[in-house]
Design a protein around this ligand. Structure first.
Ligand code: BGC
Length: 409
């Protein structure tokens, strides 16, 4: 087996504005964080990593790690603080950010929506409101028009089903609703429309740009070979993998109009048929026995990456791994996990999947939404008091792999 990756492979990390920038006051997440009991340990994003001001330092570290790509999001609530009012200063800020990346030889992949929305949009019903997709569009047009010359890779929406489930079913994200399955489908349906409108808007303005979205692929495995457990795994998987299309039927998100398939994979779970759980569709989900459990409470295994990628082969499109990583304070595990996951990416490439790049989640330890700052996914540690950055051994390892465009022998 070759240990080399294809020529031109993108080596990057992924991040999201609200998790790193700091002082992002105009969005629904900021409000949500102020409500007692929402975030673990009473954390709030506050100054986060002050990436808004320290982006040059952060990108220099990426350069030091031989990165040739970086996925980041543009914060809608900064660009459009009230409906139809655009802040030219913020657009300039993101021009500087993207310009700096380019100067460092790092290709940006820009996400237009990564879990945060302006408070004005959220207060009108947010993504469950009937005209949500059209509410998002003016921001998209503005960004595409004024930043598009600096961007070759776009990711319209981050993880629609995770976003909708956490906000409308589990209550972990704003608006904090629980058990609202109709709301969930409204949200994913609107996000599908928003994706298609954004896809069209980008391609009309920049025909050469490559546009996709990031789909979160938690892998559901059957608890046994029994038919009812296989049904349970399939049902869990379909609920995560599909969204409503035009006349109400559900379709796989990875089949959306796009130039590439973006896939985020972190973990897997078992599914078993359980007649005692009518409220959970008669399915019991639990961690995979014998597999290590990350600090997020879910089991991980590097070999699942090959399975996830192989499912995309029939689509015949380029694939970017838009996120993959481990929440752990055990950096040696992270290093092992990276090497073994990448070995599985190589196997999938050998199987015929056209994987063009890998974005590790994440460069700097950051604000992990409802879990606060306790979760450590980063290749770079950030001291919470001084905000000083220190590259972890796993970061150096990833940097060597990127430089070699190959796994170590
Ligand atoms: C999200 C990130 C998040 C990561 C780790 C992904 O679902 O896109 O924002 O930090 O998972 O939980």
């Amino acid at each position: 087996m070759t240990s080399r990756f294809p020529e031109g492979f993108l080596w990057g990390t992924a991040s999201a504005a609200h998790q790193v920038e700091g002082d992002n006051r105009n969005c629904d997440w900021w409000e949500f964080e102020q409500q007692p009991g929402r975030i673990a340990n009473g954390d709030t994003s506050e100054i986060a990593n002050d990436h808004y001001h320290r982006y040059r330092e952060d990108f220099a570290l990426l350069r030091e790690l031989n990165q040739n790509a970086h996925r980041l999001s543009i914060e809608w609530s900064r660009i459009e603080p009230s409906p139809g009012e655009f802040d030219a200063r913020q657009i300039r800020h993101y021009r500087d950010v993207l310009g700096d990346l380019r100067e460092q030889g790092i290709e940006p992949m820009v996400t237009l929506h990564h879990f945060t929305s302006p408070t004005w949009f959220a207060s009108k019903g947010g993504w469950s409101a009937p005209d949500a997709a059209h509410g998002f569009l003016p921001f998209v047009h503005r960004v595409v028009d004024q930043l598009g010359d600096l961007v070759g890779l776009w990711c319209t929406i981050n993880e629609p089903t995770i976003y909708a489930a956490n906000g409308w079913v589990f209550g972990e994200f704003p608006p904090g609703r629980k058990g609202d399955v109709i709301g969930l489908y409204r949200v994913t349906s609107n996000m599908r429309k928003a994706h298609e409108l954004a896809y069209g808007a980008i391609k009309r303005r920049w025909p050469d740009a490559k546009v996709g979205l990031s789909h979160h692929k938690l892998l559901f495995l059957p608890a046994s070979d029994k038919r009812r457990d296989r049904w349970a795994a399939q049902t869990s998987q379909m609920a995560l993998d599909r969204w409503p299309v035009a006349p109400g039927q559900l379709r796989r998100i990875v089949e959306a109009t796009s130039d590439f398939v973006g896939i985020a994979h972190y973990w897997g779970q078992m599914s078993a048929f359980d007649p005692k759980r009518p409220r959970e569709q008669f399915i019991r989900r639990f961690n995979v026995p014998g597999r290590p459990v990350t600090d997020m409470g879910l089991s991980a295994d590097p070999s699942w990456m090959r399975t996830v990628l192989n499912e995309l082969r029939e689509l015949g499109k380029p694939v970017y791994i838009t996120e993959n990583g481990l929440a752990t304070g055990d950096d040696e595990w992270r290093a092992r996990y990276i090497t073994e996951t990448l070995a599985n990416v190589l196997l999938a490439i050998g199987d015929g999947v056209d994987v063009r790049g890998y974005f590790h989640w994440t460069n700097t330890d950051n604000f992990e939404w409802a879990r606060g700052f306790g979760m450590r996914f980063g290749l770079i540690e950030v001291d919470r008091k001084s905000l000083e950055r220190t590259i972890k051994p796993s970061g150096h390892l990833y940097g060597r792999i990127a430089a070699a465009n190959a796994l170590p022998d």
